[in-house]
Design a protein around this ligand. Structure first.
Ligand code: PMP
Length: 368
């Protein structure tokens, strides 16, 4: 086949909605203060690293990993308080679980629904699997517009609803009663995505298995807890639901190094909790400091990041100027009308936070 023929084949074979997509772009962050992706900025203490290294060296990498990840699941159940009656499924990050859920349910006439602005992977995955997506706008303070959501449920009869709790990129927790009303009204399944659970006291996990919550699934990830490099997500729900979803999970999706490392690190969950607590304290400090900046609005957050609105028209410029100072944050301006002039700042180490603050003070100085 010559080059023209290959291009024609690509044009005919790749679905138009996939051709119209942009691949998920991760900016280069070499040598930068990385405050764009909600990672935990702390590494592991030396002694624990040494022990982990020894365990990884003993890994049976010539064999496929434990397909059931038994030891790892035990630790996840304990650390994440998954009720005994509930089943668990693991994914290569919770991104993979979103995809498995969508694949299990998708057809051209079925709808996925989520509040907007929300996590970008929900609409992307809906496109991947050929399912309709309906985003329901939040109120301007980023709270759930319950009346609008219930009307959208009535109109579109969604098969699959995602509610990020706390929400990304806004950082707030939705009102728990409003979430319950959505679960009650939903004709399909509702996934409460608790990716940022380490930074809040609220969770829907204990509602699993309770009457009225038969259509609820709860999703978690270890990414924000300090283990982003391992790629491990967890979905908890009724054994009947999980049994169906398990059919779509590719064999051995959780590799043996991830299983060993995550199991080991979750056994030291006290250390992870300590780091999450430090991040919560620094979040509050950053919130206070950012509020002092001229023309900056800081939104309430129960996650490891803060959403800020900067003076009109300055978001792109600030993002760029910070990049020149080797600080990487997330620009949200231009993504959704409610996010005009908004930036998302991950909480870093105290030193990183100070560097960000110093740069912002300088850049937003009205005298300069
Ligand atoms: N859900 C939410 C709300 C997120 O913000 C993210 C990551 N940014 C994920 C899920 C995916 O997490 P991971 O694939 O790293 O587990």
């Amino acid at each position: 086949m010559n080059k023209t023929a290959i291009n024609t084949t690509i044009d005919t074979l790749i679905r138009p909605e996939i051709k119209a997509l942009n691949a998920y772009n991760v900016p280069s962050s070499d040598g930068m203060i990385k405050l764009d992706a909600m990672e935990n900025p702390y590494g592991w203490p030396k002694e624990l690293k040494k022990e982990l290294k020894a365990r990884l060296a003993d890994a049976a990498i010539h064999r496929y990993p434990d397909p059931k990840a038994t030891g790892l699941k035990m630790q996840l159940r304990r650390v994440m308080n998954v009720p005994e009656t509930q089943a668990m499924m693991l994914g290569n990050g919770s991104d993979e679980l979103i995809q498995v859920l969508a694949m299990a349910i998708a057809s051209a006439d079925r709808v996925m629904m989520a509040p907007e602005p929300g996590f970008v992977m929900y609409p992307m995955v809906a496109k991947f699997v050929g399912m309709q997506y309906v985003g329901v706008p939040l109120n301007s303070d980023f709270s759930l517009d319950l009346a609008a959501f219930l009307t959208a449920i009535e109109t579109h009869q969604p098969s699959l609803i995602f509610l990020a709790y706390p929400n990304n990129p806004t950082g707030n927790l939705f009102d728990a009663e409003a979430v319950e009303k959505i679960i009650e009204a939903a004709p399909g399944v509702v996934v409460v995505d608790e990716a940022y659970n380490a930074f809040t006291d609220q969770s829907f996990m204990s509602r699993l298995g309770q009457p009225g919550f038969e259509n609820l699934l709860v999703m978690r990830t270890v990414s924000k807890m300090g283990l982003a490099g391992l790629r491990l997500g967890m979905l908890a729900g009724s054994p009947a639901w999980v049994a169906e979803l398990e059919k779509l999970r590719l064999p051995y999706n959780i590799n043996c190094l991830t299983q060993i490392a995550a199991e080991f690190m979750l056994k030291h969950d006290g250390k992870l909790a300590e780091q999450a607590d430090a991040i919560r304290v620094d979040r509050q400090k950053m919130q206070q400091d950012l509020q002092m900046l001229p023309g900056v609005e800081v939104f309430p957050s129960e996650a490891n990041f803060l959403l800020v609105r900067v003076p009109q028209g300055k978001a792109s410029w600030l993002h760029q100027q910070l990049q020149l100072r080797r600080i990487l944050i997330k620009k949200l301006d231009g993504g959704h009308p409610l996010l005009t002039d908004c930036l998302r700042l991950t909480i870093g180490t105290p030193t990183e936070n100070m560097a960000l603050m110093a740069a912002l003070v300088e850049l937003l100085d009205p005298e300069s």
